[in-house]
Design a binder for this molecule. Sequence first.
Ligand SMILES: [Zn+2]
Length: 318
Amino acid sequence: MLFRKIVVACAVLCCVVGISCQKADNTPSTGETHKIRVVASLFPLYDFIKNVGKDRVAVELLLTPGVEPHSFEPKPADVLNLHHADVFVYTNKYMEPWVADIIKGIDNNKTLILDSSKGIVFINNEDEDHEGGHHEKEHGHAGMDPHIWLDLGNAVVMVDTIRDGLTQKDPAGKEYYQKNAEQYKAVLKDLDDKFRQGLSKCTKRTFINGGHLAFGYLAKRYGLTYVSAYGFSPDAEPTPGQLVKISRLLKEQGLKYIFYEELLAPRVAETLARETGAQLLFLHGAHNISKEEFGKGVSFAGLMEKNLENLEQGLQCR
Ligand SMILES: [Zn+2]
């Protein structure tokens, strides 16, 4: 009797705090309950996990579609959700600095915590010549560029880390995860080849983003120069000096296009376009997707294909 009271109290509490009430009841288990529960912080990880885990995992995106990721702070319900996950995958400590505090309270035996940047060399912006100038040491990033997924070589390494994490939590699925990871890595490698080929013969080698410093990895991988109006995070407004510099660069290099990005109003890109006569083109940083994109079931690879098309147009590669 006492036991039942405790279970009921727990179920009520779980419902109140927003966790699935089904977990506390005794209904017969379905195929669904055998899946391992994986929570991903950002969209690329969510998509990688779906591709590797397929039918053996139930994956959730921690950031609701449409939420700006750099200023994201988890709510108590998010934290509780992580406590109930089998695996939590985050991008890296520069992208999600809030993870350090949260994982202190998580039971390592229950929830496997995966840092997707394992084995990846970060771009240290203090070492790079980004022409942007003012981007150093903002938001405690200490110059480290958090946008590792925009290098398709890094994406392959991240997929391996996810495969190993899922296997550790669910050893019976080892071969399944291995096979899926190989298939998905072939898609990423094919995409990487397309980028390399598509961007090899461009008239222009500099691309300018009216948004934030998200595409440094992509630029480095394909030998391009990248300049952005904002720094690593779109929170801090660009300085007037930075805008003058970019406007001058657009004119000097005769660039016909300026890029803007997802989840940030293209105000700065529009101003620069107006001033210089350049046209606007979209680039998706893929941190997170909109509700509409989520509804359409967009994929990371699909977003990157579209990015390549727009880069080829913007840099006059055809
Ligand atoms: Zn970003």
